[in-house]
Design a protein around this ligand. Structure first.
Ligand code: AMP
Length: 436
């Protein structure tokens, strides 16, 4: 049963990790769901699932600090499916469980998981996000849904157009809540919250447990159980991190060199800008390397096609910006390349976390130019490790001109000026001419 959303005095229980394998059957899930996950090859529940599934089944609110790759989607989807199984169908335009995700890709991925976990159950679910036609989404909503997965912008649009009734929501999930705050969706979240029934169960998933997340949780959750397990830092232990110094203007050339001289089956490449992603894609394609870019300026169709190609292995290189590539779940991705170091150091962890999944070894290569010292220092502070610079002989950066003192520069400038514009003829007198 949903818990009552009442007080601002939410208490929390921190849960220590459970280390021994636990089967899904031991977590209180029904036989249909246990069979489904077993058929998917999930041998035992991951740590986040071990804690979250029984807690959600007990009706408690949950704050879970977990990244993509930890099995977090199943940790909220499975108990939600169980709680909704055998309930009466949702009324037109009503929904019972709402999952809010920051990006279209994550919303689509969560929806795919929910759909596959609910196979054979009488559950209606769909995803709504921007960048695609709104009419089919309105049609789905009109029939009522057990589970709606949505990005904040499209969700608010659909509400304002009268297509969603939030009054019967029993469960709310905020997935990657920290990312939603980073992307400036805080107003949307509070707006949506103001429309929801107070009596509901709320689950908040976040990769980081920042002040802002704690503040958001305090306004939205009721006496939550806090589950703080595998941190990003634990996960990156599986990943070999390499830093190649290179001149900024030669970074794309170095990416091509790395792709040609290594036998990686697939590589995810991060760039800071959308333009950088497109330029690199064009350069790779010109060299005969199958590559695609995903970022906010590409159509949803192009983004989905690129992701599908990457997932089925037909696309060797996917180039993305932080926003678009966040939350991409690809099994066995051998290598991630950072063309630029991100300004937000946490993004570095999220980027490299795409490799080295499920205890396999991963490789993260970062190209570093001398204008990125600040970003490098921030990443080193966050990860608590100092990068060793690995030089590639053909790409060793040109030596920088020695730093010159200011008065010296002025002298040189004057020298140059003189060389091109020497006063001709008479010498200038040193003093002021005396007036006669
Ligand atoms: P997520 O953290 O939800 O993005 O999940 C990452 C990947 O782990 C997905 O491909 C899931 O299908 C997979 N997965 C989730 N739970 C388990 C499990 N208990 N055992 C094996 N794989 C799992």
């Amino acid at each position: 049963m949903p818990s009552s959303q009442s007080s601002s005095t939410s208490s929390s229980i921190s849960s220590p990790p459970i280390s021994s394998p636990i089967s899904f059957g031991e977590l209180g899930l029904c036989i249909e769901l246990v069979t489904t996950v077993t058929e998917k090859g999930y041998a035992s529940a991951s740590p986040i699932q071990q804690h979250a599934i029984p807690t959600v089944l007990n009706g408690r609110d949950v704050i879970a600090i977990a990244q993509t790759g930890t099995g977090k989607t199943a940790s909220f989807s499975l108990p939600i499916l169980q709680l909704l199984a055998n309930t009466s169908p949702a009324k037109p335009n009503c929904i019972k469980a709402l999952i809010v995700a920051p990006t279209r890709e994550l919303a689509a991925q969560v929806a795919k998981n929910v759909e596959s976990y609910s196979e054979g159950m009488n559950i209606r679910s769909t995803a709504v996000f921007g960048g695609v036609r709104i009419e089919p989404q309105k049609f789905e909503l009109a029939q009522g849904l057990d589970i709606l997965i949505a990005t904040p912008g499209r969700l608010v649009d659909l509400y304002k157009q009268g297509d969603i009734n939030f009054e019967h929501i029993e469960m709310l999930v905020l997935d990657e809540a920290d990312r939603m705050l980073d992307l400036g969706f805080v107003e949307h979240i509070h707006f949506i919250q103001s429309l929801l029934p107070k009596q509901r169960q709320t689950l908040l998933f976040s990769a980081t447990f920042s002040k802002e997340i704690k503040a958001l949780a305090a306004t939205m959750l009721n006496k939550p159980v806090t589950i703080e397990l595998a941190t990003a830092h634990d996960h990156i232990e599986n990943i070999t991190q390499i830093l190649h110094p290179v001149d900024k203007e030669r970074k794309h050339e170095l990416v091509i060199h790395l792709l040609k001289s290594n036998d990686w089956s697939q590589v995810l490449v991060f760039t800071r800008t959308k333009r950088g992603a497109d330029e690199l894609r064009n350069e790779l394609e010109a060299m005969g390397i199958a590559a695609e870019s995903i970022h906010a300026n590409r159509t949803q169709h192009a983004r989905t096609q690129a992701l599908d190609g990457f997932r089925d292995g037909s696309l060797k290189v996917l180039i993305g910006t932080d926003l678009a590539a966040r939350g991409i779940d690809i099994q066995q991705l051998p290598c991630v390349i950072n063309v630029d170091l991100p300004f937000v150091p946490e993004d570095y962890i999220h980027r490299i976390g795409r490799t080295g999944r499920a205890s396999s070894k991963g490789l993260a290569i970062s190209l570093y130019s001398d204008d990125e010292t600040k970003q490098l220092r921030s990443i080193e502070r966050l990860t608590g490790r100092q990068f060793k610079k690995t030089f590639i002989s053909e790409f060793t950066p040109k030596p920088k001109p020695p730093a010159v003192k200011k008065d010296k520069i002025e002298e040189n400038l004057y020298g140059n000026f003189e060389a091109f514009d020497k006063p001709s003829g008479k010498k200038k007198s040193k003093g002021r001419k005396k007036r006669r």
